[in-house]
Design a protein. Structure first.
Ligand SMILES: Nc1nc2c(ncn2[C@@H]2O[C@H](COP(=O)(O)OP(=O)(O)OP(=O)(O)O)[C@@H](O)[C@H]2O)c(=O)[nH]1
Length: 395
């Protein structure tokens, strides 16, 4: 299983530039059959410090690639088109939009921080990017609210004594990957009673919003940060307490795309996400000046922000962990460190065994933390960078 990151944003914010930059790669063509089936689905990567050098090995990745001791682990990136007012009611591409959103584990909302596109994606000046953030959140909240209301109706039409509210709501909202315990906890955390007859419209909306926040985590890619207007907006928004709940990553999709294109053309050597690059080919004065501007940007912001936005989505919002299957005695069957798997938050050694194969999970005896050579038990929670060998009766 690989994680799916949904890229969302109104027209002209740089979503295509971001998508193309993130999915361009120095990897053999044709390696991703799904890109030919659906152009809005691509393979992007998240960086993890490669474990191989710590073991004096050179890794041989089965998937993704390794560069400058960074492992680029594949994730799916889906370009979720159709964010327009009323999308939650199925307007425009609304239904497809909601299906795509639903399939994404986490969202990256690309926002034009320069304020040079209005709500419809037309050129303007001085547009407040906060309106875009609020707009997407409100669309999502309305969508959740619609489904929540159906759940409440179902509960009320059934004999209340025969069912529990949280069971009905969890069933109605199952597509969002939530369960009855979580729903109950959210209701109580908002100070509401477990009886929808005591709720007013504002309570319902607040509940929908809270469930949405927990089940559809989101990072804002503050795009076009290479413009002075975007910087000013960024300063203002990141110091606005109303936006404290969001992870906002400064970003220039343009810079990432330009560097990857320059690398494809043999002009620069650039490791995606890096804060510097080397000019290795012949460039005109104009190109050199453009590249120097980009250099200033990536050194100031520690990269173009495209990689960081994807990594924040996976590792900060979802709290996912990236773990390497290891070999305690260094006997690799097909070359060292072939894999790095991204697992859900709080994944244990036993979960990892099941991820490798259900049989390996079924026969789980214990695991070995290859960094310390210590035995670890089934319930040990894993962390990013762990190197783990599973000992199972089914190997
Ligand atoms: N300054 C600046 N401009 C950018 C950046 N990224 C994209 N743009 C520009 O923004 C405009 C819109 O970019 P697209 O990638 O086509 O935007 P989109 O959101 O996919 O738009 P639609 O295809 O209309 O949905 C183009 O003129 C890009 O060159 C960036 O990081 N900085």
């Amino acid at each position: 299983m690989s994680y799916k990151i949904g890229l969302v944003g109104k027209p002209s914010v740089g979503k295509s530039t971001f998508f193309n930059a993130a999915t361009m790669g120095d990897v053999p063509e044709g390696a991703y059959p799904f890109t030919t089936i659906d152009p809005s689905l691509g393979e992007a990567y998240v960086r993890v410090d490669c474990a191989a050098p710590d073991f004096d090995e050179t890794c041989e990745p089965n998937t993704g690639y390794c560069r400058d001791d960074k492992r680029f682990v594949p994730v799916k990136l889906v370009d979720v088109a159709g964010l327009i007012p009323g999308a939650h009611e199925g307007k425009g591409l609304g239904n497809q939009f909601l299906t795509d959103l639903n399939e994404a584990d986490v969202l990256v909302h690309v926002v034009d921080f320069s304020g040079e596109t209005d709500m419809e994606g037309e050129p303007t000046e001085g547009h407040d990017p906060r309106d875009d953030i609020d707009f997407l959140e409100a669309e999502l909240d309305q969508w959740y609210l619609g489904i929540l209301e159906k759940g409440i109706e179902r509960f009320e039409t059934r004999h209340m004594a025969e069912t529990e509210l949280e069971v009905e709501l969890a069933e109605q909202m199952s597509a969002f990957g939530t369960n009855k315990d979580e729903i109950k906890q959210v209701i109580l955390s908002l100070g509401l009673e477990l009886d929808p007859e005591t709720w007013d419209d504002a309570d319902e909306l607040e509940l929908a919003r809270e469930i949405r926040k927990r089940t559809k985590p989101m990072v804002v890619a503050a795009n076009k940060m290479d413009t002075p207007e975007a910087r000013a907006n960024y300063e203002e928004i990141t110091s606005d307490p109303d936006y404290d709940h969001l992870t906002i990553v400064p970003c220039s999709a343009h810079a990432e795309k330009a560097l990857k294109t320059a690398e494809e053309n043999g002009v620069v050597e650039y490791t995606p996400g890096a804060s510097d690059f080397e000019i290795t080919g012949d460039v005109s004065d104009e190109q050199a000046a453009g590249l120097e501007q980009i250099r200033e940007f990536v050194s100031e912001f520690d990269g173009s922000g495209v990689q960081r936005a994807l990594e924040a989505a996976l590792f900060e919002e979802l709290d996912a962990v990236a773990v390497f299957p290891g070999s305690a005695n260094g006997n690799w069957t097909n070359g060292p460190f072939p894999d790095c798997f991204v697992l859900p938050a709080n994944a244990t050694a036993e979960d990892f065994a099941y991820h490798l194969h259900s049989d390996i999970g079924d026969g789980f005896l214990h695991a070995i933390d290859c960094r310390t050579d210590r035995q670890i038990g089934a319930d040990t929670e894993l962390e990013t960078g762990d190197v783990v060998e599973v000992i199972s009766t089914n190997q």
